[in-house]
Design a binder for this molecule. Structure first.
Ligand code: GLA
Length: 703
């Protein structure tokens, strides 16, 4: 129902409340936090927040609007920076319309003098606030936009910690925790893809917040290109989180009447710790329509050819690997890099997406037929945004790449980036992939992207990084529409493109190129804050990790991989009988528990030093799996007991050790038993003495 300029708008989830005030024509968040009772008078919140005049400060203080504006005299980073050749740079749009139906709200504000209209769309979807800002140029000249933030949310002074996620190739999603300081904490990503180093998400928490306790606010920007995320803290005690796409100079220019919408901000809040925040994000993702296709069948166990053969393709070998993969339980065979014309190493071939007949003399059909005869789906690797200078495509269209005249390209895996901002490039790539998918029986694409956009100049000489990202989205959307049954994996040298924007059109993230099971536990833990297990590609790698050189047992590699979208990526011909048997048993266990792993609530445990512990609990608490890994030797002979979490306190659970198949250590618990949820969560479980690099997995079933 529409109301003209109400003083307050309130949106509720089951456990969260948002209240926006409209005083002075500026929509500003008055409250964002755990659910308030229905009878909470918004005016009482305003009174609780009211401030007297502070020395040496403006009074009344400038409200912290959904878009802080320069025309307000806002002392911090503006949510909109735009101008007309240097003029009209300090906008002050004030409310003209407000709409709300209790689930969603829209605030429209206009600055007639400067020709600017701002619309904020906010929706409470489950427990997640989904918010975007739209700017329209209602003036009569071109408006250059330097930045447009998604709606800005305030931070209370009692939440001082910033938990960020950063990393590098083969070591993504590492968590950092810092205390907010006055001024800006800013992370900028200019790599042209979501990036390994600046994940567009963060958590703001109380100092005492843990996985299970305390207040935590989560924020994520659903955008796969350049971005800026900022936490600003003012000397008046206020603070905010601002997230936005990061345009390059002159990259966004709006003609009269044109609009620009910010990427979507996803926000959640909980006073039950960071696990609860993850549940909100996971449940929201699982509920969105784009995710439903993952529910049409269990997530197939992948076999990926990369670390087994790299570029050294031979059809007979790949068929043999397919036979081995099916024997241990694979359900999908993915042919990675190296199958297409001229691709004998990483110096040539990208762009020429036809089968290399010097290797596959009869095309891919015999391999696909073989794979399918073994009951597996077939998947294919592509890197559609890239071209090697040594390729027919580049020789025919050297002008199709992103480039800056006069500035030499950087060497980066011997490849350049095609300009997806150009319609003819998008059309060509779509046609080529469409033809492959129409020719062959292909159920899965691994869409890779292995270099930064270091020189993102478009054909018109202007910056084209945003247009590239939008172009990638468009091609993916067209492919999905044309081939709705083909699943797509998002890979960018591992986890360099993981965000809700790309995941609106893809079905899995290749989390990291590192298959080192110990490193993976930290990578997967970080990843799990925003993404559920069924989206997390997780493979059993070789006995000696190709990236870290670490030797780890098959039992540990299996235990780590089984808690994601499981797969394997190793030369199965090299396995001895014992390892083959362990791998097959681990895949079988994953399949038995797959519905729980891919549908339950993740519970990260605050375990003692040296132990990584987490579990998955069915939403009704009836069943759970817990994984406990000894990472290093404990300081004491026995590590402190591990207290489980997320269980039904009053219920009696039958506990069974389900992994490893044979436990070298003597452990009274190995034969199982019956325990109450309260005992498991309050007394905890004493682990046996285990070698570092060993994991146990416990299954609990409510009696
Ligand atoms: C990237 C991916 C790998 C693999 C190679 C192939 O590094 O992350 O998984 O596909 O490319 O070149």
């Amino acid at each position: 129902m529409t109301a003209l300029l109400p003083s307050y708008v309130r949106l509720d989830g089951n456990a969260v409340t948002l209240v926006v005030a409209t005083a002075g024509g500026i929509p500003a968040v008055l409250y964002w936090g755990p659910r308030l009772s229905d009878d909470t008078d918004p005016a009482s919140l305003a009174l609780l927040a009211a401030r007297a005049e502070a020395p040496a400060s403006p009074f009344p203080e400038v409200p912290l609007g959904l878009t802080p504006q320069a025309g307000q005299g806002w002392p911090g980073r503006p949510g909109l920076a735009a101008h007309r050749d240097g003029l009209g740079w300090a906008s002050l749009a004030t409310l003209t319309h407000v709409f709300s139906d209790g689930q969603r709200a829209q605030f429209e504000a206009v600055d007639a003098l400067n020709g600017i209209k701002l619309v904020h769309d906010l929706a409470m979807e489950g427990e997640v606030l989904v918010a975007r800002t739209t700017l329209t140029n209602i003036g009569d000249s071109v408006l250059t936009v330097e930045s447009l933030a998604a709606p800005v949310l305030p931070l209370p002074g009692f939440a001082p910690d910033i938990i960020g996620f950063e990393g590098r190739w083969a070591n993504e999603f590492q968590m950092t925790r810092q205390v907010r300081h006055m001024g800006n904490w800013v992370r900028e990503n200019r790599r042209g893809r979501t990036s390994h180093d600046v994940f567009p998400g963060l958590i703001i928490a109380e100092a005492a917040t843990t996985e299970h306790h305390g207040l935590a606010f989560g924020f994520h920007l659903g955008w796969s290109g350049n971005h800026r995320i900022a936490v600003e803290s003012f000397n008046d005690g206020r603070g905010l989180v601002m997230m936005e796409a990061l345009p390059l100079p002159g990259e966004i220019r709006l003609a009269p009447g044109e609009s620009l919408t910010s990427p979507v901000l996803y926000a959640a809040v909980s006073n039950l710790g960071m696990n609860s925040l993850s549940h909100a994000f996971h449940r929201w993702l699982r509920a969105r329509p784009e995710h439903q296709r993952l529910r049409t069948k269990p997530r197939p166990v992948n076999y990926n050819s990369w670390e087994a053969v790299y570029f050294n393709h031979a059809p007979a070998v790949l068929m043999d690997l397919g036979t081995h993969a099916a024997a241990v339980g694979a359900e999908r065979f993915v042919l990675d890099d190296g199958w297409f014309k001229g691709r004998r190493n990483d110096r040539a071939g990208l762009g020429d997406w036809s089968v290399d007949t010097s290797v596959y003399s009869q095309g891919l059909a015999p391999l696909i037929t073989h794979v399918e005869s073994l009951g597996m789906e077939f998947g294919l690797w592509l890197e559609p945004e890239m071209v090697n200078p040594d390729s027919d495509l580049f020789r025919a269209h050297p002008d199709w790449v992103l480039d800056i005249p006069g500035a030499p390209q950087l060497g980066f895996r011997h490849q350049l980036v095609l300009d997806f901002g150009r319609a003819e490039v998008r059309a060509h790539i779509f046609d080529v992939i469409d033809a492959i998918l129409s020719t062959y029986s292909i159920a899965y694409l691994k869409w890779d992207m292995n270099r930064d956009l270091s020189h993102p100049g478009g054909a018109d000489g202007r910056a084209g990084a945003i247009a590239h990202t939008q172009g990638v989205y468009e091609v993916l959307d067209r492919l999905r529409a044309a081939h709705p049954h083909v699943e797509i994996e998002s890979c960018a040298s591992g986890g360099g493109r993981a965000d809700y924007g790309i995941l609106a059109r893809t079905d899995r993230v290749w989390t990291s190129d590192s298959n080192d099971a110990i490193d993976r536990l930290a990578i997967q833990r970080g990843f799990s804050h925003f993404f559920p297990a069924e989206l997390m590609g997780s493979h059993v790698g070789p006995g000696t990790c190709h990236i870290t050189g670490r030797k780890l047992s098959m039992a540990l590699r299996v235990a780590t991989a089984m808690f994601g979208h499981m797969g394997m990526e190793l030369d199965l011909r090299e396995l001895d009988a014992a390892d083959s048997e362990t791998l097959a048993a681990g895949i079988a266990l994953h399949k038995r528990q797959r519905a729980l792993i891919h549908g339950g609530d993740l519970v990260r445990l605050d375990a003692p030093d040296g132990i990584n512990a987490f579990g998955v609990v069915a939403s009704d608490g009836a069943e759970a799996l817990f994984s406990l890994t000894m990472m290093t030797e404990p300081r004491t002979s026995f590590a402190a007991p591990i207290r489980l979490a997320g269980l039904d306190t009053a219920a009696l659970y039958a506990l069974e050790l389900v992994w490893p198949q044979r436990l070298g250590a003597s452990w009274p618990m190995a034969t199982g038993g019956r325990f109450t949820g309260a005992a498991l969560m309050q007394a905890g479980i004493q682990l046996p003495r285990l070698w570092p690099g060993s994991a146990v997995i416990l299954h609990l079933k409510r009696r």
